[in-house]
Write a protein that binds this ligand. Structure first.
Ligand code: PGA
Length: 251
């Protein structure tokens, strides 16, 4: 059965001291065995955080590069991340797509490489506001999944978590309504069923992201097709993130 997941995306935030304190506090919290807690940290903190807290907290990377090595200044390969014992990675976040011009083709290569190396990938998809206003949101999501994710085999899909993050809701304070989020999650699950099988559809976790916070998390997480959240801003303070983790327990 699919897992409940609460994941924090720290983005390019937190000093080392702040990151270490936050991970330390999170690692000490009592765990709910049915809920996975993941934090996606800046690369430079990964090694230290995994060494210190890896037994209590899943520490993941926010990005990786598909080639193993070579002349790719500034990039870090999935292969290098594996050497640090990183096992979870975000792929295709809208900030990577929009600010760093990552294309569907590049994301497809990243997906293949990360899965080949044994990562659990959190594949992000989401439409822009103009696309939703033009009623194109379902086709945009279908295209993103078709172009970069659906080349994986059914067996490989065990390593996939999908995060639906409407771009207009990220960091804007504007959350998708529970109806809008649930509708899209149900649509994604129907695509999984069509493309793969009922088994893949029911066993793949689909997270919601975009201004998810303590005040709306429980409503979102109690929807039948929403298995948790990918949290940006509200994952940077222990109290806020802990309240979201709690919301998942009671949802
Ligand atoms: P937000 O970011 O929670 O700050 O909207 C979510 C994300 O970008 O993953």
């Amino acid at each position: 059965m699919r897992e409940k997941i609460t994941a924090g995306n720290w983005k390019m935030n937190l000093s080392w001291e702040e990151a270490n304190n936050l991970a330390n506090q999170l690692a000490k919290q009592p765990k709910n065995v049915e809920e996975l807690i993941v934090v996606f940290s800046p690369n430079i903190y990964l090694k230290s955080l995994i060494e210190a807290y890896g037994d209590h907290l899943i520490i993941g990377a926010q990005n990786g590069y598909s080639e193993d090595s070579g002349a790719f200044t500034g990039e870090v390969s999935f292969k290098q991340l594996r050497e640090l014992e990183v096992k979870h990675v975000l792929i295709g976040h809208s900030e990577r797509r929009d600010l760093f011009h990552e294309t569907d083709l590049l994301l497809k290569k990243k997906v293949s490489k990360a899965v080949e190396l044994g990562f659990t990938i959190y594949f992000c998809c989401g439409e822009h506001l103009e696309e939703r206003d033009a009623d194109l949101h379902f086709s945009v999501i279908e295209k993103q999944l078709n172009n970069s994710l659906f080349h994986l085999s059914e067996a490989q899909f065990k390593q996939v978590v999908i995060a639906y993050e409407p771009v207009w809701a990220i960091g804007t304070g504007k959350t998708a309504s529970t109806e809008q989020a649930e509708e899209m999650h149900a649509f994604i699950r129907s695509l999984l069923q069509k493309k793969y099988s009922e088994k893949v559809a029911v066993s793949t976790s689909i997270l919601y992201g975009g201004s998810c916070k303590a005040s709306n998390a429980q409503d979102l997480f109690s929807q039948p097709n929403i298995d948790g959240g990918l949290i940006g801003g509200a994952s940077l303070q222990c109290a806020d993130f802990s309240a979201i983790i709690e919301a998942q327990k009671i949802a």
